[in-house]
Ligand binder design. Structure first.
Ligand SMILES: *[C@@H]1O[C@H](CO)[C@@H](O)[C@H](O)[C@H]1NC(C)=O
Ligand SMILES: *[C@@H]1O[C@H](CO)[C@@H](O)[C@H](O)[C@H]1NC(C)=O
Ligand SMILES: *[C@@H]1O[C@H](CO)[C@@H](O)[C@H](O)[C@H]1NC(C)=O
Ligand SMILES: *[C@@H]1O[C@H](CO)[C@@H](O)[C@H](O)[C@H]1NC(C)=O
Ligand SMILES: *[C@@H]1O[C@H](CO)[C@@H](O)[C@H](O)[C@H]1NC(C)=O
Length: 495
C-alpha cells in the first residue's frame, strides 16, 4: 500500500522525495550513459533509512554496498572504473525491494548549458529532416534533458525531468541541436558511447547559472527577476547534477548579458567556469576532473547594420578579454567562433541562426584538441602575433597560415593624437586590406589624417561583421574564422 501511494505521489508531483521507497535519483534511468574509465561513475538515490544497500553492475560484474543515510534516506556508491561499452544493467537492492536500470552504456558524459541558442531544437535547424533521419544511425549517443525549473535554494535533485534518457532517433527532434550534433560528431571520432545532458533556458544571464560564491568574485550581488535572479538556475538545474561524474561541458550563452552586467562578463563567465569545476569535482567525490574541459560558442550575430558594440564586447569578454582560448585565465577551454554564420531570414529571429552544424563541428575540433589531446587537430582561427605600423601601413603577422579575402572595412583603426586614448566613441575608420602573404596581411592607414597616429586596431568589431562564411580572414584550410580582436597603442609596434 505504501508503495502504491508513493507511485501516485510521484505522478502527481513529478520527481520529489518519496521517503522510504527505493529508487535512483531523477537523472539515472534506463538507456543512460555513465562516465567510463579512467573516472568512476557515481550512483545515488533514495531508500529506506538505515537499510543496507547493494548496487550490482552486470557485464563486467561488480558490487558495491552502502548504508541508506538514516536521517536523509539517501544512498550513494562509486563504482570501480568501467571501460567504454555496454549495454549493462545496474541494480540497486535493499532487503525489501530492487530497482534496475537497463540498457546502460559507459562512455563520456557532456553537459550542455546556456540560453536559447543551446536550447534551439534539432527540428528547427537547417537540414533538420536530414539530421533527424541520420539520428537513427547513432543509437550510442544518448540524450537527457532537465526541465526548466528555478529555485531559491540549492536542490539535491532535479525538480523535474523534461526528456528522460533516450535512444536516438527518439526525442532528438526536441533536443538541443548544438548538443546533439556535438555528441554525434564526437562519436564519429571516439567510436564509443556519448551521454548528453541538456540543462539550459532561453534568455537567461550567466548570473542565474552561477553560485553565490562565483558571483561574489565579481561583485555581483544584486538581483533581477524570474529566471534571471542570481543563482536560481544554478540551484535547480546545475547543483543537482554535481554528483554525477562528467567528462566536460559545452556552453552557448551571452546574448542575455549583452545589455545586463556586460562589463562584468569577463569576470563572471570565467568565475562560473572555475566554480562549476570545483563543485563538480567535489560533488563527484573527486571523479570529475578539477579542470574538466569547458567549450563554448562565441556569440554569433543579431542585428545587421547595428552600431551597438554590445555583441563585440561580450565576444571579447567571453575570452576574458584575450581574444582567444585557452589562455592564462581560461585553462582547458575551447571556443567555436560563430560570428561568420549569420542567418538574416531565421524564422526564430536573427538572434537564432539555424546553421548549428558548423557551430557544433567547430566545438568538436576544440574538444578533440583540448579534451582528448589529439595532436594535429587545428581548432583556433588565426590570431595576430605581431602588429607593425609604419608609414601608411599596418602589417599583421598571424600565428598561422591564413586564407584571405580582401575587405575594405572589416579591419578598422582609431586615429588619435599620441596622448589620446581610443574608446568606443573615438573615430574609427576603415583600414582596407592592401596585400597579404602566407601569414601576413597589410592594411592601409591612409584614412588617418596626417597629423594623427594609429592608436588602435580592431577586427570584425561589429555585431554582424560579414556575410555567411565570408569574413576576410580564415585558417589556411578555410574552416576556422579568425576571432575578433581589439588592440591598443601599446600592442602596435613602431608607433
Ligand atoms: C547522513 O546525512 C547527514 C546530513 O547530511 C550527515 O550529517 C551524516 O553524516 C550522514 N550519515 C552517514 C552515516 O553518512
Ligand atoms: C537486463 O535486464 C533486462 C530486463 O530485466 C533483461 O532482459 C536483460 O537480459 C538484462 N541484461 C543484462 C546484460 O543483464
Ligand atoms: C551531491 O553533491 C553535493 C555538493 O557537493 C553534496 O552537498 C550532496 O550531499 C551530494 N549528494 C549526494 C546524494 O551525495
Ligand atoms: C544542408 O545540406 C546541403 C546539401 O547537402 C549542404 O550543402 C549544406 O551545407 C547543409 N547545411 C548545413 C548548415 O549543414
Ligand atoms: C610590411 O609588409 C610589406 C610586405 O607585405 C613589407 O614590404 C614591409 O617591409 C613591411 N613593413 C613592416 C614595417 O614590417
Amino acid at each position: 500500500m505504501a508503495k502504491i501511494l508513493c507511485v501516485i505521489f510521484i505522478l502527481v508531483t513529478s520527481v520529489h522525495d518519496c521517503e522510504g521507497d527505493l529508487r535512483f535519483a531523477s537523472y539515472y534511468g534506463d538507456h543512460m550513459v555513465l562516465q567510463k574509465s579512467p573516472e568512476s561513475a557515481v550512483l545515488w538515490g533514495y531508500g529506506p533509512e538505515g537499510d543496507q544497500l547493494t548496487v550490482t553492475l552486470s557485464g563486467p560484474l561488480q558490487q558495491k554496498s552502502a548504508m541508506v543515510n538514516v536521517t536523509k534516506g539517501i544512498w550513494r556508491v562509486t563504482l570501480d572504473p568501467v571501460e567504454a561499452g555496454g549495454p549493462y544493467n545496474v541494480t540497486a537492492a535493499v532487503q525489501s525491494s530492487t530497482v534496475t536500470l537497463t540498457d546502460v552504456l559507459f562512455g563520456d558524459i557532456w553537459l550542455c548549458g546556456g540560453q536559447s541558442n543551446m536550447w534551439l531544437q534539432t527540428s528547427k535547424i537547417f537540414n533538420a529532416s536530414e539530421e533527424l533521419d541520420l539520428a537513427a544511425k547513432y543509437p550510442h549517443v544518448r540524450t537527457f534533458m532537465a526541465a526548466l525549473k528555478l529555485s531559491e535554494t540549492e536542490q539535491t535533485d532535479l525538480i523535474e525531468v523534461e526528456l528522460p534518457w533516450s535512444v536516438p532517433p527518439e526525442n532528438v527532434a526536441e533536443f538541443s541541436a548544438v548538443c546533439w550534433l556535438f555528441g554525434r560528431y564526437l562519436y564519429k571520432t571516439l567510436q564509443y558511447p556519448i551521454g548528453l545532458v541538456e540543462s539550459c533556458w532561453g534568455g537567461t544571464p550567466v548570473e542565474a547559472w552561477s553560485s553565490s560564491r562565483a558571483l561574489k568574485q565579481c561583485g555581483l550581488q544584486q538581483t533581477n527577476s524570474g529566471p534571471k535572479v542570481n543563482s536560481v538556475l544554478w540551484n535547480s538545474m546545475i547543483h543537482p547534477l554535481l554528483n554525477m561524474t562528467i567528462k566536460g561541458a559545452i556552453w552557448y550563452q551571452g546574448e542575455a548579458n549583452a545589455d545586463y552586467h556586460q562589463e562584468q562578463y569577463s569576470c563572471s563567465f570565467p568565475a562560473m567556469i572555475d566554480d562549476w569545476r570545483m563543485a563538480f569535482h567535489q560533488g563527484s567525490g573527486g571523479q570529475t576532473a578539477l579542470n574538466f574541459p569547458f567549450g563554448f560558442v562565441q556569440l554569433s550575430t543579431y542585428e545587421k547594420g547595428s552600431e551597438s558594440d554590445s555583441f563585440p564586447n561580450i565576444r571579447w569578454h567571453q575570452t576574458a578579454d584575450r581574444g582567444f582560448v585557452p589562455n592564462p585565465r581560461m585553462h582547458k577551454t575551447f571556443m567555436a567562433v560563430a560570428l561568420d554564420l549569420p542567418d538574416a531570414t531565421s524564422p526564430f529571429g536573427t538572434i537564432h541562426p539555424r546553421d548549428k552544424q558548423d557551430v557544433a563541428y567547430r566545438l568538436t575540433l576544440g574538444a578533440r584538441a583540448v579534451a582528448y589531446n589529439e595532436k594535429d587537430v587545428s581548432f583556433q582561427g588565426p590570431f595576430p602575433k605581431i602588429i607593425h605600423s609604419a608609414h601608411e601601413f599596418i602589417n599583421i603577422t598571424y600565428d598561422q597560415k591564413v586564407s584571405v579575402t580582401p575587405s575594405k572595412d572589416v579591419f578598422e583603426i582609431c586615429c588619435a593624437g599620441i596622448q589620446t586614448p581610443c574608446g568606443p566613441q573615438s573615430s574609427w575608420v576603415p583600414a582596407p586590406i592592401m596585400h597579404w602573404g602566407p601569414t601576413t596581411v597589410q592594411l592601409s592607414t591612409s584614412l588617418c589624417q596626417l597629423t594623427d597616429k594609429v592608436a588602435a586596431l580592431r577586427y570584425a568589431w561589429r555585431d554582424w561583421p560579414c556575410d555567411f562564411k565570408a569574413c576576410p580572414i580564415y585558417s589556411a584550410s578555410g574552416i576556422l574564422p579568425a576571432p575578433p580582436f581589439i588592440t591598443n597603442r601599446s600592442q602596435i609596434k613602431g608607433n
